[in-house]
Design a protein around this ligand. Structure first.
Ligand SMILES: CC(C)(COP(=O)(O)OP(=O)(O)OC[C@H]1O[C@@H](n2cnc3c(N)ncnc32)[C@H](O)[C@@H]1OP(=O)(O)O)[C@@H](O)C(=O)NCCC(=O)NCCS
Length: 166
């Protein structure tokens, strides 16, 4: 990652004022993006949502997660296209793990498109296990696409990472 640039970035709660920038990144990152309403509803519902931004560089990344009884469900994690491949996704995932631990939640759950090999590899490297399949969970160009369900026991995942690296 570019260290001087990283030093200028900061992470904070997402607000409705971020939604225009979030939608620009969302539509650039996915074939089937969330709608503006999905983000507004998530904020209204009080879901945990944060953005990574930087002075003069705009929105870099964001996530939305929903706390359950003993788990944090990661609903959306996205790095804006031009910022991908520079470690921001890994860093944000560590931050999400930190939130789950701070909230005393036992595990982190997410769904990911079966075809999203890059994201699945990232999650596996972070210690997630592939624990199930939701048939036809996502819209797709022709038919629907299955989701791989992944989970991570938070007690085993300090924010510094399972292997103390990255
Ligand atoms: C998936 C995503 C969040 C990962 O964030 P990122 O900032 O691009 O990823 P990082 O730079 O932290 O890299 C994570 C790993 O992917 C690898 N990677 C980065 N760019 C890659 C590329 N173009 N192709 C393959 N692997 C790549 C990195 O080498 C790194 O591997 P490492 O952990 O062994 O070093 C981001 O790419 C993204 O938002 N993609 C589109 C939306 C999406 O798929 N979200 C997840 C939905 S579940």
């Amino acid at each position: 990652m570019n260290a001087p640039l990283q030093a200028r970035l900061n992470r904070r709660a997402m607000t409705v004022h971020d939604v225009d920038a979030v939608m620009a990144a969302e539509t650039g990152a996915y074939s089937h993006p969330w709608s503006r309403g999905n983000f507004i509803d998530s904020l209204s519902a009080g879901y945990l949502a944060e953005v990574v931004t930087g002075e003069g560089v705009g929105l870099v990344a964001y996530f939305v997660a929903m706390a359950g009884v003993d788990e944090l469900h990661l609903l959306n994690i996205t790095v804006a296209s031009v910022w991908q491949g520079q470690g921001h996704g890994s860093a944000l995932l560590r931050a999400v793990q930190g939130h789950a631990a701070a909230l005393g939640l036992g595990s982190l759950w997410l769904e990911v498109r079966q075809s999203n090999l890059r994201a699945r590899a990232l999650y596996r490297r972070r210690g997630f296990a592939e624990v199930g399949l939701r048939k036809g969970y996502y819209p797709a160009a022709l038919l629907r696409e299955d989701a791989v369900v992944m989970s991570l026991p938070v007690s085993l995942s300090p924010p510094g990472g399972l292997h103390g690296v990255d």
